[in-house]
Design a protein around this ligand. Sequence first.
Ligand code: PMP
Length: 393
Amino acid sequence: GKPVCECNSCFKGPDCSDPIPNCEVDADSGDPMFLEPFWLKHAASSSLVLPGWHRMSYEFEGGSLISEELKNHIRRLHSVVGNANTDGRFIIFGAGATQLLNAAVHALSSDHDGDAPSSSPSRVVASIPYYPVYREQTEFFKSEAYRFHGDTMSMKNEMDYLSSNYIELVTSPNNPDGQLKKAVLGGASVKTIHDLAYYWPHFTAIPAPADEDLMIFTVSKLTGHAGSRFGWAIVKDEAIYQRMSTYMSLSTYGVPRETQLRVLKLLKAVLEGEGKEMFEFGYKTMANRWRKLRKIFSASRRFSLQDLDHQYCSFSKKIRGPSPAFAWMKCEREEDKECFQVVKSTANVSGRHGSLFGSESRYVRLSLVKSQDDFNLLLERMEALVQQEPHNK
Ligand code: PMP
């Protein structure tokens, strides 16, 4: 059993099973608690005890900030899952994908373009709908080396190869809509960052190993340990890897040794039986949630969900339906064009506003990766919302 210290916001009681009536359901956060039951089952093999004398030093033997053993486990995991090619690539760790994203933008920006010095900042672009942090983070750091420049599609037409360098962020599967995406821009002035946070069998079929120049992954969406703050980048070019390493050295002097130790322990548990058990649990949980949600929305003319294709998955060796982390919900009626408000005031569910992703406010993102209790409550509210439609009465 799980010792309960704190209930989720909509539950109370000694074992947190009493729902609080009329509680606002938080479907905003993408906190991946859906994997918690797997870790409760594997509590013993994933536990860690750290004596006070352990790993006190700044560095590992030889002066590295990175555990070689953890790096080898990451390579092994990618080869078992078949989702990324790590052969001959450099691997660097960061405090979550969040830190690595900025390290990568920094490393690819014009600032460093020794051969062709460029006075104008690199233009950071992404395709709508995009993960809001790309814009928020790039704007927050106010660098002279790069600026957020909005939507990739609009750049495609007006790209001025002579005056600017571009950094395109590609998220696959995409947050918020779960689509498998490819880079849109191309050519010598374009550098690409592939954010593959969700490229794991819980969320998508794995058609082939990703083989891009710069790929970013995170343990947050892999094992659910978002609080450990651990991500890694797989980098082809040595000079880019060095720039990212300098960024890490100067910003935090590496990822905490405790975090590296914990992630190693977790990956060892995942890799028992070649990862089958965790990915099977993750996929089954997500696919089940989608089945229930789709059933509810199929009765609606007022609301719809994104459509995604079935694909062959080389990991499960089956044709598989998609099971993404988020529902990208659309309000179809003109009078519902403030969809976030409609869902909030009618269903008492707080999603994430479509405009944050660069989209119309007709869209709302709903998180499907939280705990089972949270999801069940969301489902209940959505069902009630759809049942209010006149043709359903
Ligand atoms: N990229 C994407 C597309 C994400 O959705 C998230 C988390 N929501 C991140 C990066 C950040 O992940 P981390 O917890 O590793 O910082």
